[in-house]
Design a protein around this ligand. Structure first.
Ligand code: PHB
Length: 396
């Protein structure tokens, strides 16, 4: 069907081109066929809600620009990656080889992202990362065709340590899932907390996506640190918050986190989340016309409140739109496409941000506290924070 359509439009183009004396079938083909967008996201498991919010945000950005990319219609192809790193390469290959997508949007889980990164580097397909913070994607394994619209795992926690020491919490326990995102979030926390004069008295972890927190909470109660800092997200984060309160720790040992802890979970966590302080590149309560309009439109379209994942999906759409418009829909014009995306200023609900040379957002990190089921902004914890991009050699 697609082939036939292409042949037809190609011959029509040739007739038209012949009459004007121009022969540009490739360009005409590139502009007449639909842009094939692959969504590789988790739709099941502990990150399922995150995948849905990203897709919603992405689609909303496209809808707002007439449903088109550089004047071309869009066709979607979807894969549920289940946050399963073992299937990462296979799932990304399916979208690239079988579905022949022009752009791959994905994913949430850092381990799965490494599979996408391999396929993106091998195939050269445009890869947009709407969440996963795996450092390598914009450090040692960076690539001209890979752009991230979210964060590196250490970015939010690099702003956390000082905020905790400023509150007088000098001894902390760190707890997380044992995988790349948890380990790298710890790097940011360790660097910022120790630099501010804090001491990490214990590192605790459990395998992803386990939620049997009881033994670890008992250990925290015995250690009696000044505070606890953590990385959890999605369904597991909601349970951690509830279990922390149920274990009687909430009012004794303040809980801090990389802001994902309190994203998309405030209904599920209930009052147990009140008072949790986190650092993140977004806050529900940002008092800007841009954020307010976004939140209203999202709530209307999807009958739910947006979170940081929805914002990241939305910004992925904004970035792709800017790139596609710059090349008038001809995504095969890679040099101009990448240049436009590298130079993009994204007018995001989180605040305006730009791309670092390694293709990761340079962005403000906010200090927030949960109150009445909202992440309320307390201030800016780090201004225009860029990931160092260590080891990135961008082959152009
Ligand atoms: C990741 O695996 O990189 C990851 C997952 C969920 C988050 C943040 C980072 O909320």
């Amino acid at each position: 069907m697609t082939t036939r359509r292409l042949v037809l439009s190609r011959s029509a183009a040739l007739v038209g081109a012949a009459s004007t004396g121009l022969l540009l079938p490739e360009i005409v083909r590139a502009q007449s066929a639909k842009v094939r967008v692959g969504l590789m996201l988790p739709y099941t498991g502990t990150f399922a809600q995150l995948g849905v919010a990203i897709e919603n945000g992405f689609r909303m950005a496209l809808e707002e620009s007439g449903g088109k990319l550089g004047g071309r219609e869009v066709e979607f192809f979807k894969v549920d990656d289940e946050s399963n790193p073992a299937k990462g390469v296979e799932n990304a290959s399916t979208l690239v080889q079988r579905d022949k997508v022009d752009v791959l949007v994905g994913t949430v889980h850092s381990g799965v992202q490494m599979g996408i990164q391999k396929v993106a580097r091998d195939s050269g397909v445009l890869s947009l990362i709407p969440n996963a913070g795996a450092h390598a994607a914009t450090r040692g394994l960076c690539a001209p065709n890979v752009f991230r619209t979210s964060f590196t795992n250490a970015q939010p926690t690099l702003a956390l340590g000082k905020a905790m020491v400023d509150k007088g919490h000098k001894k902390a326990v760190w707890i997380t899932w044992k995988y790349a995102a948890g380990d790298e979030a710890f790097e940011g926390f360790r660097d910022s907390y120790t630099k501010a004069g804090g001491t990490i008295v214990k590192e605790l972890s459990l395998p992803f996506p386990n939620v049997e927190f009881q033994a670890l909470l008992t250990e925290i109660a015995a250690i009696k640190p000044d505070a606890v800092a953590c990385f959890f997200a999605g369904g597991g984060a909601a349970k951690f918050i509830r279990d922390y309160a149920a274990a009687g720790l909430k009012d004794k040992i303040p809980l801090y986190g990389s802001g994902f802890l309190t994203e998309g979970v405030l209904d599920a966590a209930g009052p147990a989340a009140d008072g949790i302080v986190t650092t993140m590149h977004y806050s529900d309560s940002l008092d800007t016309p841009r954020n307010k309009a976004f939140r209203l439109a999202y709530a209307k379209a999807y009958k739910s409140q947006p979170d940081v994942y929805a914002v990241q999906g939305y910004d992925t759409g904004l970035l792709l739109i800017q790139g596609a418009n710059a090349v008038k829909g001809d995504l095969s014009n890679k040099k101009a496409l990448y240049a436009a995306m590298e130079g993009a200023v994204i007018d995001s609900p989180r605040g305006k941000w730009t791309m670092s040379p390694q293709h990761n957002p340079v962005q403000d990190i906010y200090l927030r506290v949960v109150k009445d089921k909202e992440n309320k902004v307390l201030g800016v914890a780090a201004k225009a924070l860029a990931d160092p991009g260590t080891g990135c050699k961008m082959a152009t």
